[in-house]
Design a protein around this ligand. Structure first.
Ligand code: 2AM
Ligand code: CA
Length: 267
């Protein structure tokens, strides 16, 4: 039943690959570091049409134009048509199409597609996580042996001192950091064992909804940075680790969040 979602995100990837003169259509959204192109809108329009044709009962919650059609729906899609828009504009070939299906209060299906490498990460609740149909599993390493991916939440400026403080306190305790600019792919890379943990102080549901299920189905733990469950209606911080590293990460983050200047900075 969910195979149709996989086909649709792969088809959407063709729009991303065919993009040209991208910089001609760049517009600022909330600020100079929050950008959109005509391709973001084109991909979302395509996903809206195809997903709702395949699942007529479903609602839709998408980044572009803040399309929010979820009233009275048991299930709805949470969609980022192009995650990593700044990478897309710079031709960095590190962006994804994120489609999550939220059903009866929790994530039921997630698909994250990297069109430039033709990598499709998927998970259905209770059925494991997959990369192009092959099972993937997270590494279960302690924090000291973990490669930690992170995002800087630059568009949500109250978190900047907290991000800086977390980096300063974490770096001596981990193997190393990585920063790619595409939260959905970061989470999938952790799920696939290419890295081991992740944090960002503020994201929006379409950045992490699909990939959060992929993490869980790959054996990982995902919460907000204060340890509370992720929110799928509102902005939220994100912390990912293995059964070994997530409690260690929570302990370290908890200490930072107690510092006087760090209070009240999370969304
Ligand atoms: P985007 O490219 O779809 O906007 C990088 O730190 C991550 O943050 C990317 O996944 C990026 O997604 C996301 N991001 C960019 N602007 C954002 C905003 N205003 N709010 C939340 N997330 C944002
Ligand atoms: Ca986006």
């Amino acid at each position: 039943m969910y195979e149709r979602i996989d086909q649709i995100v792969r088809e959407a990837g063709r729009i991303v690959l065919s993009a040209h003169h991208i910089s001609d259509s760049v517009k600022e959204k909330t600020s100079h570091c929050d950008l959109v192109t005509k391709y973001d809108t084109m991909v979302q329009d395509f996903l809206y049409r195809e997903l709702l044709a395949a699942f007529p009962e479903a609602g839709f919650y998408g980044e572009e134009g803040d399309v929010l059609e979820i009233a009275d729906k048991r299930g709805y899609f949470i969609v980022d048509p192009i995650d990593g828009t700044t990478n897309f504009i710079r031709h960095a070939r590190q962006s994804s199409i994120n489609v999550g299906y939220y059903l009866d209060g929790r994530m039921e299906y997630g698909a994250v597609y990297q069109p430039y490498t033709d990598e499709l990460f998927t998970a259905q609740r209770g059925c494991g996580a997959y990369l192009n149909g092959k099972p993937i599993r997270m590494n279960n390493l302690p924090l000291s042996e973990s490669i930690v991916m992170y995002g800087s939440a630059i568009y949500y400026r109250q978190t900047i001192p907290l991000t800086a403080q977390l980096m300063a306190e974490l770096l001596p305790s981990v193997l190393d950091f990585r920063r790619s600019g595409t939260a959905g792919l970061d989470l999938c890379y952790v799920a696939a064992g290419r890295a081991d943990a992740f944090f960002e102080c503020c994201l929006r549901p379409w950045d992490y909804a699909a990939a959060s299920l992929i993490i869980q189905e790959a054996g990982g733990i995902v919460t907000a940075l204060d340890g509370s469950p992720l929110r799928f209606f509102d902005r939220c911080s994100v912390a990912v680790g293995s059964p070994q590293s997530h409690p260690e990460l929570m302990k370290l983050v908890g200490r930072v969040l107690q510092q006087p200047d760090m209070k009240g900075r999370l969304p």
